[in-house]
Structure formats: structure tokens, C-alpha cells
Design a protein around this ligand. Structure first.
Ligand SMILES: NC(=O)c1ccc[n+]([C@@H]2O[C@H](COP(=O)([O-])OP(=O)(O)OC[C@H]3O[C@@H](n4cnc5c(N)ncnc54)[C@H](OP(=O)(O)O)[C@@H]3O)[C@@H](O)[C@H]2O)c1
Length: 253
């Protein structure tokens, strides 16, 4: 199947490692020009060099999505530099389970506002795209009970609901909005490697709940994102695509 991504322009936040990096790699392989950000200059430079080897235009900057002004200025700048934005993937999360006020505020600032502010800044460009697509990275933590009560789960659920709302309001402008909810995803340097090494019971207990018997890879999540972002998914808007090897047990009616 031809995805029709060649020549498109995408902005992916938090793309120096893990899922964001895999999304950027796959989009670049499909011929998509890219703007990426993260907070570590050296890691941004390394990612930009690797992505540019795929022969597309790549720009990367140190941006903290919690800083509204610099985040939105960066999106406006890269939208001009790339000559537009067709695809926006807000991927950054604060993660974690800090139940203090500070924890809730951190997840609100980074997960929710990192998504809504990014969309606000990208909209003037998306409105001019013939294939405008927003793919929000949510989590299975937002659709079923997982671990204990914590801001991460509630905030991810909020993103799924907001994505659905946006899909309705932006459809008349030709902008599709979907979510991808990964189940546990394992990669070197990621949260699940840390959990495996430091909380082996939690790691094994989680693994035991995945019918496929393994955690996902960033590349498997990236393929779900690339499809939803592409013109091949032209009729699809407002979905929350769960990619979890059967980890969640609900029936998605
Ligand atoms: N891994 C999983 O099992 C899993 C499961 C479900 C959902 N997810 C979701 O998938 C997304 C990616 O998670 P991940 O585990 O692949 O990666 P991650 O380890 O959380 O890293 C994400 C990327 O975001 C950057 N980043 C972090 N905070 C940032 C900030 N404030 N501003 C700009 N960039 C920032 C990181 O670089 P710097 O630290 O250098 O900034 C890195 O490039 C998240 O939304 C997460 O909730 C992950």
C-alpha cells in the first residue's frame, strides 16, 4: 500500500529517542521533511544527523514544550522553514506518577498544554495542507485502570477525549485528528528498561498481562502513527488506535 507521505512536512515533538524518534525515522524513510525537538542539544544534533541521512530536509531544536512562548515560536519558525506543516505529532509526556499538586500540574503543562499549544501554533499551517493530520500520542494507561491512581493515566485519558472533540470541530477544515495509544513499549534507555532493572516484579507482572508475551517496540508504534498521519487514512478521524499486543481487555465497540 502506498501511504502517500512522500513530500509531506511533519513536526514531531520529543523525537530524540523512543517512540518519537521511531516516528521521525519512519516518516523520513517515507520522504517526509521533518522538524523535531527535545531538550538535550547533543541528542537533537545526533538525531538530526541520522534523520538527514535518509535524504529529507530535517531541522531540530532544543525546545521545552512546557515553555509556551519558545514552543509556539519554534513551530511557527519551522512551519515557515519547511514551507508548511501537513502532520503534527505531539509526543512528549511528563510520564510518572507524582500525586502531589506539582505532579498534576507537571502532567497538565507538558502532556495537555504541550499538545494543545502545539496544535494551536500548527493550525495556521495545517489549514493550508491538502493532507492535514494530527496524531496525538496517548497511552493505554488512559483507557483502562493501570497501576494505581496517578496523573499520567487521567491526563492521557483527557488527551483521547480532547482529540475526539477536535476531530469533530476540525474536520470541516480538512484536518484529521487521531490518537495512538501504545501499550508498554520497551527500548534501551526507556521507562520499561528502568522498570525491568529496578522493579522486576512490576515488569514481569505487566508482561504476564500481554497475550502476545512481549512488549511493543517503538517501530511498531511508529507504523500505526505513520498510517494515521498519511493520506492513506483519509477517511479516518477521531479514532484512538490502540497498539498493545492485547494488553487492554476492553471491547472497543
Ligand atoms: N514507552 C512506553 O511504554 C509508552 C507507553 C504508552 C505511551 N507512551 C507515550 O509515548 C510517548 C513517548 O514516550 P517514550 O517512552 O518513547 O519516550 P521518553 O523516554 O518519554 O522520551 C520522549 C522524548 O521526549 C523528549 N522530551 C521529554 N520531555 C520534553 C520536554 N519537556 N520538551 C521537549 N522534549 C521533551 C525526550 O528528550 P529530552 O529528555 O532530551 O527532552 C525524548 O526525545 C509519550 O507520550 C508516552 O507517554 C509510551
Amino acid at each position: 500500500m502506498e501511504l502517500g507521505l512522500n513530500g509531506k512536512k511533519a513536526v514531531v515533538t520529543g523525537a530524540t529517542r523512543g517512540i518519537g524518534r521511531a516516528i521521525a525515522e519512519l516518516l523520513a524513510s517515507e520522504g517526509v521533511d521533518l522538524a523535531i525537538c527535545a531538550r538535550n542539544q547533543q541528542e537533537v544534533d545526533t538525531a538530526v544527523s541520522a534523520l538527514a541521512e535518509k535524504g529529507v530536509k530535517v531541522t531540530g531544536s532544543v525546545v521545552d514544550v512546557a515553555d509556551k512562548a519558545s514552543y509556539q515560536q519554534w513551530i511557527a519558525k519551522v512551519g515557515d522553514e519547511l514551507g508548511g506543516i501537513d502532520i503534527f505529532v505531539p509526543n512528549v509526556s511528563a510520564g510518572g506518577g507524582d500525586m502531589s499538586d506539582e505532579g498534576w500540574v507537571k502532567n497538565l503543562n507538558i502532556d495537555v498544554l504541550g499538545t494543545t499549544r502545539g496544535i494551536e501554533a500548527a493550525l495556521p499551517f495545517l489549514e493550508h495542507s491538502a493532507n492535514a493530520s494530527i496524531v496525538i500520542i496517548a497511552s493505554t494507561a488512559g483507557v483502562e485502570t493501570f497501576m494505581g491512581p496517578q496523573p499520567y493515566n487521567a491526563i492521557k485519558g483527557a488527551l483521547v477525549i480532547h482529540g475526539k472533540q477536535l476531530s469533530q470541530s476540525l474536520a470541516p477544515q480538512g484536518i484529521r485528528v487521531n490518537c495512538v495509544s501504545p501499550g508498554p513499549v520497551y527500548f534501551e534507555g526507556g521507562a520499561w528498561q528502568y522498570i525491568k532493572e529496578n522493579m522486576p516484579e512490576l515488569y514481569e507482572g505487566t508482561l504476564a498481562q500481554i497475550p502476545q508475551g512481549r512488549m511493543g517496540s517503538p517501530e511498531e508504534i511508529a507504523r500505526a502513527v505513520a498510517f494515521l498521519a498519511s493520506p492513506a487514512a483519509s477517511l479516518i478521524t477521531g479514532v484512538n488506535l490502540v497498539a498493545d499486543g492485547g494488553f487492554t481487555k476492553r471491547v472497543q465497540l
